[in-house]
Design a protein around this ligand. Structure first.
Ligand SMILES: NC(=O)c1ccc[n+]([C@@H]2O[C@H](COP(=O)([O-])OP(=O)(O)OC[C@H]3O[C@@H](n4cnc5c(N)ncnc54)[C@H](O)[C@@H]3O)[C@@H](O)[C@H]2O)c1
Length: 374
């Protein structure tokens, strides 16, 4: 392996947000950027001093890069990941991992055959409150956890049509289908807290009330049964007219609970039996920061500069460690599918009136059996 590893970015908007994180890793250099839109390529390359510019993804893959960072629209994620993995190029891919079960199968097959690492860049799992709550759950402060909520309310009307009125990828792939089509920001952190996967989902929608008409319900709720019996509720709402709250979470255990902020400066709050006086005595989550892992309490200076309190650095750092073969990617292909597949399966549940539908575990897939039969 020749260091520094050469990074190629595809999707010159979102993928470029990793530049600071890679810049803070001495083992990598951002070497190439690709986008169908040449102006976007030039803007990103000029801003970050990236030497190689491409408008065709395959040309970038064949240019000698070691890492592909995929930040294109979600319907391209699986096929672009497969194309990189087939060339033994490491992949850091935006959410979601895939848009169909068939694509999930293709991704798993490609990862099994590849020498390269794959990680999904679910950055919400790296936000500081999420990491802190994860540590508190691991240390048993909430007792046995049995219920959680995640909500992604993010009205994106302005991104559903181009200036000429043509529907965008978000219109087709996020709100052009029924079901929990964009679940990973909500489900990812919860699955890390529960250290589990979803076994079955039940999905219902509120119906459509908000013009212009789209296939997706204004509010979609996906109820997830985890493999150890716990219950998780996910609200996915990219349509309702309201302020954004993309990071609302809660967790309930036998000894305590956590509720994230719902805005207007309200703190994230915790109640723990024996550590808070009375049933109304919430304490701010910030009072529990001693439970953060050491590298989060005292992040390196370059991590802080990368943004999101260090989160944008840590996601890249974990991926680079995986690419270097130092440890497995925390959100590897199977974990990425744990976050993604419940949403795909929820489409069947909602179309069938909310029946419970099993969520396949791709770890158990032989690579051949029909995906429905998993
Ligand atoms: N993790 C997060 O917090 C977060 C935030 C925003 C977006 N995203 C994800 O990032 C992805 C991109 O979102 P966005 O908001 O930047 O979208 P966007 O539409 O603003 O930008 C997509 C870019 O990809 C380019 N592109 C499209 N097809 C391409 C192809 N075949 N080859 C090369 N370039 C191509 C487009 O020209 C465009 O510049 C989406 O999957 C979205 O879900 C994640």
């Amino acid at each position: 392996m020749t260091l520094p590893l050469k990074v190629g970015l595809v999707g010159a908007r979102r993928a470029v947000s990793t530049c600071r994180g890679f810049g803070a890793c001495p083992e990598t250099v951002v070497h190439a950027v690709c986008d169908l839109d040449e102006a976007a390529v030039n803007a990103a390359a000029d801003r970050y001093g990236i030497p190689e510019r491409f408008t065709r993804y395959e040309d970038m893959l064949d240019s000698g890069i070691d890492i592909a960072v995929i930040g294109t629209p979600m319907q391209f994620h699986a096929r672009m990941s497969v194309a990189a993995l087939e060339r033994d190029i490491h992949v850091l891919c935006e959410v979601t991992a895939a848009v169909s079960l068939e694509e999930c199968g293709q991704l798993v097959r490609a990862q099994r055959r590849s020498k390269a690492a794959y990680m999904m860049a679910e950055n919400y799992c790296y936000m500081q409150p999420v990491v802190l709550v994860r540590e508190m759950v691991r240390q048993g402060l909430f007792g046995q956890v049995y219920f959680g909520e995640g909500e992604y309310t993010h009205e994106l009307e302005g991104l559903h049509f181009t200036a000429t009125g043509a529907p965008t990828w978000r219109h087709t792939w996020q709100v052009g289908r029924r079901g929990c089509t964009y679940p990973t920001h909500s489900l990812g952190p919860l699955l890390e807290w529960f250290d589990d996967r979803v076994e079955s989902v039940t999905c219902l929608g509120s119906g459509r009330h908000t013009p212009p008409e789209r296939r997706m319900d204004d509010v979609t709720v996906m109820l997830c049964r985890l493999s150890h019996g716990q219950l998780v509720s996910i609200r996915n709402d990219m349509i309702s007219k309201r302020p954004h709250i993309m990071t609302y979470y809660s967790i309930q255990g036998t000894k305590g609970c956590y509720e994230a902020s719902r805005g207007t400066g309200a703190p994230h709050k915790v109640w723990l039996e024996g550590q808070c006086d009375g049933p109304e005595a919430w304490r701010p989550l910030s009072e529990f920061e001693e439970h953060l892992p050491e590298f989060w309490r005292n992040p390196p200076e370059e991590a802080v500069k990368a943004g999101h309190g260090g989160g944008d650095y840590f996601v890249v750092r974990d991926f680079v460690d995986a690419a270097l073969g130092q440890r497995p990617a925390p959100i590897d292909v199977y974990r990425a599918l744990d976050y993604t597949v419940p949403g795909l399966v929820s489409e069947e549940s909602i179309e069938r009136g909310g029946v419970s539908v099993a969520v396949p575990d791709f770890r158990a897939w032989d690579g051949v059996a029909p995906l429905k039969a998993l």
